[in-house]
Design a protein around this ligand. Structure first.
Ligand code: GLN
Length: 491
């Protein structure tokens, strides 16, 4: 479909930016296009915790003023974006979709927010997530559930469900999410968009509200692979404010968007097509692998035998780190404070009892237990050892392959309410994404088909540390040879 016949809000970020550069639209018009879309569909999609019309328009006007002054536009400048509401925004409420942070207004910007702001990005709003990014459907948000634009009776995935739904619905051209065990990739696959979890250390996490610090990464959520590469370039890099960020050069990732996979070695790990993965999902991903083979890649089966232990290991390590990170919400410094306390201890207890939702409380309890004296060795230490084995599994695979191709999630988007009574079923939806965080690796999810019910299916490409360029190249090559990314949800 020609870009000319699309509505403005349906354009990719690249197309929108090209129109801006050509003088066909103003930044104000681009911003009004997504704000108008929010007006017409948000009641049904429910992606936004906070919409920021004034701030976005002010930023857009500043971009238009630069154009009027004859200045050259920077990459991506003027193209409106949505921020997951666990990224700190100076002067703008940041809730993590939790009651405990209701009313918390950070006095500073996250580094990624600061970088994008300096690059001339209008922020259309802060979007919904599972409380503190703990979940796979946004149903754990303390405020409301976000709906999947492809089928409003279904979840958008999670925890970055607000980010992926807003992009799929045309309420933002692109978005940022965070990924601790799959929270960018799984919702990207459910909403038919592109989501990338960068290598641990690639993107500064300063100002990202911490969930599990050895796993969390911020990453781009976009309509196309090119947009993803551009947004990754804009947010990557070393940051003195985040000691885990790495001092390696940031390439221009858009240069990796060339359609050529000749001679690249791609592995297809058997364990990622095992029990629980729907036939339709497996078939779509295998077809995509065949397509890449036709295009010149060398595709071979392989095995990652430790995969089956990843989920159990994650549910020790992530809650352990969360229990420590979330200790700071005590009613003294941030957000909610109980009104029913006469002693300091009561203040802590009641604030936390009132402020945290059930999933968060459960994880704090599991994490505290796993770290407690006497159980530490049996749980936390053991989990860390298994984590090393998972990493070695990947190291072995990458001695033979440049990248691995797998499904992103075992099934397409499920119904709202379908898994809320079955926590294990819910957690199994991240079984194919969690191992990647455990090993600190980069991975991208992109559309590779639709189910018989018309729901998007995503494939995942996994690479060794700092191989984002390879992943983007393979993803771009596949995207150019397919038509999935051109489809838009009919709302
Ligand atoms: N769904 C997983 C969890 O609930 C992963 C979440 C995430 O990546 N933030 O922990």
């Amino acid at each position: 479909m020609g870009a000319d016949r699309l509505q403005l809000y349906e354009l990719s970020a690249r197309e929108a930016h090209e129109k801006l550069v050509a003088g066909d639209v103003s930044a104000r018009e681009l911003t009004d296009a997504v704000l108008g879309r929010i007006d017409s569909v948000e009641e049904r999609v429910k992606a936004f915790v906070t919409v920021l019309p004034e701030g976005a328009r002010r930023k857009a006007d500043a971009v238009d003023a630069r154009i009027a002054a004859g200045e050259k536009l920077r990459p991506g400048e003027g193209v409106p974006l949505a921020l997951k509401d666990n990224l700190c925004t100076d002067g703008v409420e940041t809730t993590c979709s939790s009651k405990i942070l209701k009313g918390f207004i950070p006095p500073y910007n996250a580094t990624v927010v600061e970088k994008l702001s300096a690059a001339g990005t209008p922020f259309v709003g802060k979007v919904n997530l599972d409380e503190f990014a703990m979940g796979s459907s946004t149903e754990n948000s303390a405020f409301f559930v976000t709906h999947n634009p492809w089928d409003l009776s279904r979840v958008p995935g999670g925890s970055s469900g607000g980010s992926t739904a807003s992009v799929a619905a045309g309420e933002a051209f692109w978005a940022l999410g965070s990924d601790t065990g799959g929270s960018i990739r799984q919702p990207a696959s459910f909403c038919g968009v592109v989501g990338l979890k960068p290598t641990y250390g690639r993107v500064s996490r300063y100002g990202l509200v911490a969930f599990a610090s050895s796993l969390d990464q911020i990453g781009p959520i976009t309509k196309t692979v090119y947009d993803n590469a551009l947004l990754l370039s804009l947010i990557s890099g070393h940051d003195a404010l985040d000691s885990t960020s790495v001092k390696t050069e940031v390439p221009d990732y858009t240069k990796a968007c060339v359609a050529n996979v000749k001679g690249l070695r791609l592995g297809v790990p058997a364990e990622y097509f095992a029990k629980g993965v729907s036939d339709e999902v497996a078939a779509s991903v295998r077809k995509a692998a065949e397509k890449l083979q036709e295009l010149g890649a060398i595709v071979e089966e392989c095995s990652l035998p430790v995969t089956e232990y990843a989920l159990a290991t994650y549910y020790i390590i992530a809650p352990a780190e969360a229990s420590s990170n979330l200790a700071r919400y005590d009613g003294v410094r941030f957000g909610h404070r109980t009104e029913r306390a006469s002693t300091p201890l009561e203040l802590f207890k009641r604030t936390r009892e009132e402020g945290f939702g059930p999933e968060v409380k459960q994880r704090i309890m599991i994490g505290t237990y796993a770290l407690s004296a006497g159980y530490y060795d049996a749980f936390y230490l053991k989990a860390q050892k298994v984590r090393t084995l998972i990493k070695q599994d990947f190291d072995n695979a990458f001695s033979r392959f440049d990248a691995l191709i797998t499904p992103t999630a075992p099934t397409p988007a499920f119904k709202i309410g379908e898994k809320t009574d079955d926590p294990l079923e819910m957690k199994l939806s991240d079984i194919l994404t969690i191992p990647i965080n455990m090993a600190g690796l980069p991975a991208i999810s992109l559309p590779c088909g639709f189910s018989s019910e018309g729901l998007p299916i995503g494939l995942q490409l996994i690479g060794p540390a700092f191989s984002e360029e390879t992943l983007l190249r393979v993803a771009y090559t596949y995207e150019q040879a397919s038509e999935w990314h051109g489809r838009r949800a009919a709302l």
